[in-house]
Design a protein. Structure first.
Length: 402
């Protein structure tokens, strides 16, 4: 198995085995790896269009019992820094999103034991009543598993109930690395094993939902385990064809229990390019400018990415770990066009919606990402009184406030 033979297979559009992909990742010079990935991208997307979506990444709660050691965002039950957003706060965020041309909410949060399945159903129904055309890209697989455990209902039943309430698609968060050795070391095995994460996605696809897939690399995994992650995604995609896109980002170590150092930009580009080559049944790869910054995000377009991801508007999780890159629509479009591509807005299923909004009408510039709440805001939503709490602290809070 020579490197030249592997390169020839990629150029011919043939599928690589795990061993071949690992050899390519380890031995191919970075420019060569980029050229191969770019050629794959060009075969799939010959029109030289690079897409992006205008949406908002809202974290409805930071209270979480999972306690992953790589996460700087979560707060334990009872923390004075814990929060749950009210329905009205979420409505306000949707209004702001729609004002700049946004089409969906990426809604994810901690595993809060005091938010039952009915809270999510009522929230989704309320959103769809007020904003019928607005899309809900919500609840990563570990969150769905958490709700399954809380409600003691099968995952497929939870998904069906969420769809009935208004769920449109499922984000690929919580995948980290889909290898249980790694998940145990990261303390995320309890929230979802590799098989459980994949199982939620299989159930979501069976229910007719489209989803994304992610990988957070650069913690304790080996390069072979990164490849195992990609191969497991590829195998599920062969079965279901339910994934619309793949997104990789580097672990952000600041303020986390795990600590350590962040992977380099070169490592990111090599990982991205390898993913573009291995994931031959994924149409789209997103550039992770949120963790890499705008310029490496732009360079991603020469290493296999055909999508710049989300304008985002708001971000809390990566920011908590020390990264605070911001690009509004104008900046994203500038990066795309300066790289020699045409920029087009899309929705979650990657349907083209049109040209940049800012060229159609005036929109306010966004020079920094919004946050879930202003510092020091400890408001407790009134509607929480309508739902039974499970934790001791949650029950006490319900009594104190009502």
């Amino acid at each position: 198995m020579t490197l030249d033979h592997i390169v020839s297979k990629v150029q011919a559009g043939e599928r690589l085995s795990g061993d071949e992909a690992l050899e390519l990742y380890r031995r191919a010079p970075t420019p060569r790896l980029g050229q191969l990935a770019d050629a794959v991208r060009a075969r799939k997307h010959p029109s030289r269009i690079v897409t992006y979506i205008i949406d908002r990444n809202v974290n409805y709660t930071n209270i979480c019992v999972a306690k992953c050691n790589f996460c700087a965002f979560y707060r334990p039950v009872g923390s004075t820094e814990g929060y749950v957003l009210s329905f009205d706060e979420i409505f306000h965020k949707i209004d702001e999103t729609m004002a700049v041309g946004g089409v969906q909410l990426l809604l994810q949060g901690g595993h809060n034991p005091d938010l039952p399945l009915t809270w999510y159903e009522d929230l989704f129904c309320a959103i769809k009543t007020r904003y019928p055309a607005f899309k809900l890209h919500a609840l990563s697989p570990p969150e769905v598993i958490h709700l399954s455990r809380l409600s003691q209902l099968p995952v497929a039943t939870v998904i069906d109930r969420l769809i009935a309430a208004g769920l449109d698609s499922v984000p690929g968060g919580g995948a980290e690395i889909l290898v249980d050795r790694v998940r145990k070391l990261l303390h995320c095995y309890g929230k979802a094993t590799a098989d459980e994460w994949l199982g939620v996605m299989r159930d979501a696809h069976a229910a007719g939902l489209r989803t994304t897939a992610t990988m957070m690399y650069g913690t304790v995994e080996t390069d072979a385990e990164r490849l195992e992650h990609l191969l497991r995604l590829r195998a599920l995609q062969d079965d279901t064809r339910g994934f619309t896109a793949f997104i990789a980002w580097s672990y952000q170590p600041a303020h986390t229990e795990l600590g350590g150092a962040e992977a380099t930009g070169i490592d990111y580009l090599r990982t991205l390019a390898t993913a573009r080559i291995v994931l031959d049944n994924f149409d789209n790869l997103q550039a992770s400018w949120v963790t890499q910054g705008g310029k490496v995000g732009q360079l991603s377009l020469a290493f296999g990415a055909n999508d710049m991801g989300s304008v985002m508007i708001e971000e809390n999780v990566v920011r908590a770990a020390g990264a605070s890159y911001c690009m509004d629509e104008i900046e994203i479009v500038r990066n795309i066009e300066d790289a020699g591509f045409a920029a087009k807005r899309r929705n979650m299923p990657y349907e083209i919606l049109g040209d940049p909004i800012f060229r159609e009408r005036e929109v306010p510039r966004m020079l920094e990402l919004a946050t879930a709440r202003a510092d020091g805001d400890t408001t407790v939503p009134e509607e929480l009184a309508n739902y039974p709490a499970r934790s001791r602290q949650g029950k006490q809070l319900r009594v104190i406030d009502h």
